[in-house]
Design a binder for this molecule. Sequence first.
Ligand code: GDP
Ligand code: IMO
Ligand code: MG
Length: 428
Amino acid sequence: MPGIALVGIQWGDEGKGKVTDLFAEHTELVVRYQGGNNAGHTIVVGQERYALHLIPTGILYPHCVPVIGPGVVVNPQVLIEEMDSLEQRGVDTARLLLSGNAHLIMPYHLELDKVTERRLGKNRLGTTKRGIGPAYADKAARIGLRVQDLLDPKIFSAKLEVAIKEKNLLLTRVYGRLPLDRTQVEEEYLAYGERLVSHITDTNRVVQRALDDDKTVLFEGAQATMLDLDHGTYPFVTSSNPIAGGACVGGGAGPRDLQRIVGISKAYCTRVGSGPFPSEADPADAELLVEAGDEYGTTTGRKRRCGWFDAVAARYAARLNTLSELVVTKLDVLSAFDTIKVCVAYEYEGERFEDFPPNQTIFNKCRPVFEELPSWSEDITGARSMHDLPKEARSYLETVESLSRTPVSWASVGPGRDQIVDTKAGGA
Ligand code: GDP
Ligand code: IMO
Ligand code: MG
């Protein structure tokens, strides 16, 4: 039965980890379909807090098989460290499956990510410096090394030879860095292969069989719609396709396998790294959002830029992902404000844009058209039903629903597993 895709509709960190965990309770398979360890997904279970970067959120439920699909780029060292750290906390990682077709992040990708950002200077993207862009670039150039190459030392050695020669020239001649030692890289990676061998498989077969057997398969997006390589705020994007369409490409399913597409949005908006952000708040409001929402990156610890809910971007994401519903997270954070702003449109040279502007010049320079709504001051972290929410909070959810033209099915009121409100159950 259903394939369900969970996608961020803003610039990442919407609370995908928490929401995937919520859905995973009734799911057999959780599949990561793109990105790598640039992601940071936080799940809070009782007193325990997990920050997952590469391993799908389903790992925390023993009944769930976590799958790293072919569209992901994998740093095997980070994967093994993440597995070890989960094992130390009593989480069994033996069920984890890793696609042989997933591409490997190599040491030269990390180097190149760093030196490219340095070279770009004030035009830098503010990447996570995890080697994501260079790894996807090699994939597209067809000189990437894949997880399955780790299982055949001869092939691995031959492919590495070709790739590392070119990278070393680039590193030494263009960037004035030291070359990487081929033998050392080869030995290191083949050892990772030995460690990971029992997890490596053709994950497409596993995913497709589960769907054919009427099992629920969750496709866990990393990053988000506005960071999508093709549809986001290029070049200030990541190098993969987080949108729902990417779940098919990178997860090994077909478009008709997706029956539910759940968009995840904060009740406000954040962004890490450079790039345009039309609904960015003024410094005082942004500071309060950082403080109330604890807005620091899960992966890099950077302070997140904060702004208000952007209805133009939400409508864009709703159509692009064909969202069936929205989950609104961090509603509790807005208790800190007397009034809440919502960006309902953009304005550029006297023209009003209700829909996403057709080119980057407008998007870069447009001004937000804000509407102001009443907030509430009650602590809502204990709310478990719509009846527990103040009327202003219910009304805010209705506004989000109407502006984004998408039904809101859940509202999250805290990081914990149980801090969730089913908006359609006995609700307003
Ligand atoms: P992801 O990358 O989309 O999984 O999101 P992150 O985990 O990077 O960032 C979301 C942060 O918000 C995490 O620290 C979560 O624990 C936290 N969080 C998630 N939902 C809520 C919520 O409803 N309220 C509050 N206050 N925090 C939340
Ligand atoms: P999750 O899954 C927020 C941002 C980086 C940078 C841009 C490109 O936790 O939502 P990259 O390293 O991917 O080449 O960086 O994308 N970025 C994220 N921002 N959440 C993420 O993941 C992100 N992953 C990448 O800050 O602006
Ligand atoms: Mg995150």
